[in-house]
Design a protein around this ligand. Structure first.
Ligand code: AMP
Length: 214
């Protein structure tokens, strides 16, 4: 199964992608995680990407398309994958379609998770990530904890540098102007499954599974 998870920053794509990845035993490919890992490893890609990410802007298409081209061709992706954070521009979507055709990967499901902007801003300003397992938490879930409930790491929570208020505003503007049109592109060419992203993590997963299974 090949799933493209689409939605605004903070809508819960990463959280749902991790759950679906273990449910269907297919890899979760998060372009944001790939870039953050390049930053942690101080590669030249990481150093360049950090400057762009800290401004809330998009890393150039040719770089991102190259990353996805390499990743999708790895053996772990042969039975499917979940894309989270890619494609984010029409050029990325067109190139992904071309690549999937080349690889004879014809079927894919586009899942668009939606939530209103107020909820998105609340979630992004209140979220923390575990630097060991990358799991995302909302502050009130971990308020008194110094151990990650997912991987057990101690004192591993941090606020992503692009989750600061002015960067959040920029990321949402980029989403509206550049990434949302990608949805229109897919609406023309494919079936898009819309999922209401408001509610508990379990409820949203349930909604996704019901629609996918149909
Ligand atoms: P995310 O973790 O998906 O919110 O991504 C964090 C940041 O990484 C984004 O704000 C972009 O700067 C960069 N990024 C991730 N995926 C892409 C992509 N497909 N195209 C361009 N930039 C990306």
């Amino acid at each position: 199964m090949r799933i493209i998870l689409f939605g605004s920053p903070g809508v819960g794509k990463g959280t749902q992608a991790k759950i679906l990845s273990s449910q269907f035993s297919i890899p979760h490919i998060s372009t944001g995680d790939i870039l953050r890992s390049a930053i942690d490893n101080r590669t030249s890609l990481g150093m360049e990407a950090k400057k762009i990410m800290d401004k809330g802007e998009l890393v150039p298409d040719n770089v991102m398309i190259g990353i996805i081209r390499d990743t999708i061709q790895e053996a772990k992706c042969k039975n499917g994958f979940i894309l989270d954070g890619f494609p984010r521009t029409i050029a990325q979507a067109e190139n992904l379609d071309k690549l999937l055709m080349e690889l004879h990967m014809y079927e894919k499901i586009l899942v668009a998770i939606t939530a209103n902007e107020e909820e998105i801003i609340r979630r992004l300003t209140n979220r923390r990530a575990c630097k060991v397992c990358n799991q995302i938490f909302v502050l009130n879930e971990i308020e008194c904890a110094d151990t990650c409930p997912n991987c057990g790491a101690k004192e591993s929570f941090y606020q992503r540098s692009d989750d600061k208020e002015e960067v959040i505003r920029k990321r949402l503007e980029v989403f509206k102007n550049t990434t949302e049109p990608v949805l229109r592109y897919y609406e023309k060419n494919n079936n898009v499954i819309y999922i209401n992203g408001i509610g508990s993590i379990e409820d949203v997963t349930q909604r996704i599974l019901e629609k996918i299974n149909k």
